[in-house]
Design a binder for this molecule. Structure first.
Ligand code: FAD
Length: 480
């Protein structure tokens, strides 16, 4: 259907800040009508944490430029979506709104209510898939329920057909005769100022669709070979670092999946399968969130509701600042603060440390990650925290407690990762880089380390903390 001119369609961007593989855009183009691209700054930032607000600012700048190259623009408006859309409809005469679906519980609630309200006003609202490989409701167990265990979910995923082919970006987007007013991005104050804690983010990241595609190409060329094993080594370049791009939809999972298909034959099967399996962990997290919308707030396993979490504001702060006295934990927490991201292996180690060594409620960790990660994702973050805590679906058993020393020695054997993010330990020999507290005094002196002064003493003794955690868990489980 082509009626060039006519009433405009509103194209509402949310967690899909890209032009390629964007079904809402593809549909807008087929209408042949003028298109009004829109981003709404929703109350409470949508609700994005501060690190992701930094990302959003730069991503919107990039999206604006890409739209301008198509002869279009990006309209910025702030407020509750219904009010913003009603105003824009009244101003522009638009009769149709298009968007790609989002799958967090608040997003689903907002969008369902909105769709009904718009329809009642005679406005057509169309939504499309694209944030996930498959809709989160698609996979069903033999009895019609949802999956609580990853492996059968993966098997069902594998046998449910290939995800759809990604779509190419549009060549042009017809503009309206008159552009409605737009707000100014700087007025949204998404960037930190005093202090500018994001200074180092700029060296690590290039937000936006082009940055995401470049990251994918670089990873495919240099990082994917060996991924299955080397993805566990935080000092090595064997992970994609695509997560923040995925979180705001600058790249679609289908585009990454397709890259793995194109490469079949050039890259070892175990590396490709391993990457696919990680993408499917993301799908599994959304599957869980979809069926258990309180995933970020409530224990998936009710057994944990009576867990005796400790109230330890000082311990929490030392963990947040990377001052626990355990180098691999501190390196991870400082990587997070400096770059807005942390390697997956180290996320598991620091999460285990918070929950098991410090006995602090996993929800504190989930909240801190949500605010500081540029890839903060409502499904993966909540599901992963519950996985580490032992309270989640298909979780690691509680008694599997990460030892921060042996994990460091195994996955950062020469201490390169620790030396990068905890420079005060740089001169320590490899033997003590993960346990400075065991180093003889002359070794510490030679390395310029003074425990308790230049680097903290451990805030807990891991062995004793482990026993304490196991006792707490035994109490929870009742006498055996
Ligand atoms: P790669 O290894 O290159 O993997 C490719 C993609 O697969 C990732 O971008 C991601 O989308 C997906 N993926 C990989 N591992 C996982 C996983 N374990 N669970 C779900 N998806 C995965 N991931 C987030 O995207 N957002 C979060 O807020 C988040 N919070 C986490 C909190 C904790 C406590 C833990 C242990 C993990 C968390 N993860 C989260 C999962 C994982 O750590 C990151 O997805 C991964 O480190 C991102 O780096 P990458 O893009 O280089 O991953």
């Amino acid at each position: 259907m082509h009626d060039a001119g006519g009433t405009p369609v509103i194209l509402w961007f949310r967690k899909d800040l890209r032009l390629g593989d964007n079904r809402a855009i593809a549909h807008a183009v087929t209408t042949g009508r003028p298109v009004l691209p829109l981003y709404i700054h929703e109350p409470n930032n949508g609700p994005l944490g501060r690190a992701q607000c930094w990302w959003l600012h730069h991503s919107l700048v990039a999206l604006t430029r890409s739209l301008e190259r198509l002869g279009s623009r990006l309209l910025l408006r702030s407020g509750p979506p219904k009010a913003v859309l009603s105003t824009l409809i009244a101003e522009s005469g638009a009769t149709e709104i298009l968007w790609n679906r989002r799958y967090d519980p608040e997003g689903i609630e907002t969008d369902s209510a909105l769709k009904a309200a718009l329809r009642a006003d005679g406005i057509t609202a169309h939504s499309f898939p694209g944030q996930l490989l498959h809709e989160p409701s698609r996979m069903k167990t033999g009895t019609g329920g949802f999956y609580r265990v990853y492996t059968p979910f993966w098997r069902a995923f594998e046998s449910s057909g290939e995800p759809e082919e990604p779509l190419p970006p549009p060549l042009a987007l017809p503009p309206p005769d008159v552009w409605p007013d737009t707000e100014t991005l700087d007025d949204w104050h998404l960037l930190p100022t005093k202090p500018d804690w994001a200074a180092e983010f700029r060296n690590v990241w290039t937000p936006g669709e082009a940055g995401a595609q470049r990251r994918l190409q670089d990873f495919v060329k240099a990082g994917l070979q060996g991924y299955a094993v080397r993805r566990n080594f935080p000092a090595e370049p064997h992970v994609s670092m695509l997560s923040p791009h995925l979180a705001l939809g600058e790249i679609s999972p289908a585009q990454i999946w397709r890259a793995t298909r194109v490469l079949a034959g050039d890259v070892r099967v175990e590396d490709l399968t391993s990457l696919r399996k990680e993408l499917v962990w993301r799908e599994f997290s959304y599957h869980l969130l979809f069926h258990f919308p309180e995933l970020a707030r409530r224990n998936f396993s009710e057994k944990f509701d009576g867990f005796p979490w400790r109230n330890d504001p000082e311990g929490l702060q030392r963990w947040q600042r990377g001052e626990t006295g355990y180098p691999i934990v501190d390196a991870g927490m400082r990587q997070l603060w400096r770059t807005g991201w942390m390697h997956n292996r180290v996320r598991m180690i620091v999460a285990s440390f918070l929950v098991k060594d410090l006995l602090i409620d996993w929800r504190e960790g989930e909240r801190w990650f949500r605010d500081t990660l540029v890839d903060a994702d409502p499904a993966s973050n909540a599901a992963s925290w519950q996985w580490v805590a032992g309270s989640g679906a298909d979780a690691a058993p509680f008694f599997r407690i990460f030892n921060p020393i042996s994990q460091g020695e195994k996955f950062d054997p020469d201490g390169a990762y620790v030396r990068k993010f905890v420079p005060e330990l740089k001169a320590l020999p490899d033997k003590f880089i993960h346990k400075p507290f065991d180093a003889p005094l002359p070794v510490l002196e030679d390395a310029g380390v003074s425990l308790g002064k230049t680097y903290p003493l451990p805030i807990v003794d891991h062995k004793a903390a482990r026993e304490r955690a196991l006792a707490a868990f035994r109490g929870l489980a009742g006498p055996s």
